[in-house]
Design a protein around this ligand. Structure first.
Ligand SMILES: Cc1ncc(COP(=O)(O)O)c(C=O)c1O
Length: 313
């Protein structure tokens, strides 16, 4: 099945269905690539596309490319400009998902070389709906799969190969009739969801694993930390979280570009708080949506316009 969409591929703007690579491509065999997941939210009220923290996503992509020693001939700003142009030509008046992928593009050679390979970049834009229904809390399972340590594979950026762990964890959770997996670190502390960062609320304190707890350095995570500080006057505490602390939390929520802010109703068949969306989570969710989608007219103390790239199609 082909997905209707558009791509910037090998330096050209083309239809997504024509953006192909050969089966011998290095990245396909070894997961030797780095990507981003970016949302363009369609504002029906203002009749414009609003891309959330575009520059920060490309900054993270370039950090991943640096770790992989890739040579990409684009600055973060150039990538933003290419993306805006692509979304405009796409013409969708609905939410879109933007997926840049920087990858080792060389075809495998007879000696199966793993180093000194060519790089390339593709950016695709496709229509996108809800990843998780944010209206109701989800049921999570502590995964039997552990989040890799940064010494095994860099965890702060979106390396393609790293997602094997997320895929195993999510598949395990869904096969057991849960919605999402929570992964622990090798030392047993909490890291994150298969595609989301985790926040826990206990006695009105908001706590999230630290940047060195092997979680992805999420852009939504970073935004929530700022929003909670600016709008609620609460400093999010970044510290190690024990697995059993989660069972006793008043509220838990997950954050991510795809998942937005999603409440966790239960973990390993134990209700979290009342099992419903908690009051603090609901306030954070409303504030977040009022910034990202502008669907709730909430008066805010700070200005977040620098996070938004808005334009008419
Ligand atoms: C493993 C993982 N953690 C966390 C996140 C959340 O990151 P962000 O808020 O930048 O989308 C994602 C989603 O991209 C992810 O894949």
């Amino acid at each position: 099945m082909s997905i209707d969409g558009i791509a910037f591929h090998k330096g050209e703007k083309i239809l997504l269905k024509d953006a192909t690579v050969g089966v011998m491509t290095h990245a396909l065999h070894y997961g030797h690539a780095v990507f981003e997941g970016i949302r363009g939210n369609w504002s029906e009220d203002n009749h414009e596309m609003v891309i959330f923290r575009l520059k920060e996503h490309y900054d993270r992509l370039l950090r991943g490319a640096k770790i992989l020693r890739m040579n990409l001939p684009y600055s973060s700003q150039e990538l933003c400009d290419i993306t805006v142009d692509l979304v405009k030509s796409n013409g969708y008046e609905q939410d879109v998902y933007i997926r840049p992928l920087a990858y080792k593009s060389q075809e495998l050679v007879a000696n199966l070389k793993l180093h000194e390979l060519d790089d390339d970049l593709t950016i695709i834009v496709v229509p996108f709906g809800a990843y998780i229904d944010n209206e109701k809390p989800i049921n999570c399972q502590t995964s039997s799969w552990r989040r890799p340590e940064d010494t095994m594979m860099p965890t702060g950026v979106k390396l393609s190969g790293l997602y094997t762990t997320s895929i195993l964890a999510k598949t395990e959770a869904v096969s057991a009739n849960f919605d999402e997996a929570i992964l622990l670190n090798h030392d047993g502390s909490v890291s994150e969801g298969s595609g989301e960062n985790l926040f826990m609320i206990k006695n009105s304190e908001i706590i999230t694993p630290t940047e060195t707890d092997n979680c992805l350095l999420g852009i939504t995570r970073d935004s929530i930390i700022d929003i909670v500080k600016n709008e609620m006057g609460i400093i999010v505490k970044e510290r190690k979280i024990h697995r059993s602390e989660l069972y006793l939390a008043d509220e838990i929520f997950l954050t991510g570009t795809a998942a937005h802010v999603t409440s966790v109703g239960s973990l390993d068949n134990r209700k979290i708080g009342s099992g419903n969306i908690g009051d603090i989570t609901k306030s954070i969710q409303d504030l977040y949506f009022s910034i990202v989608i502008d669907n709730k007219k909430i008066q805010k103390k700070s200005d977040y316009s620098s996070w938004l790239t808005s334009f008419r199609i």
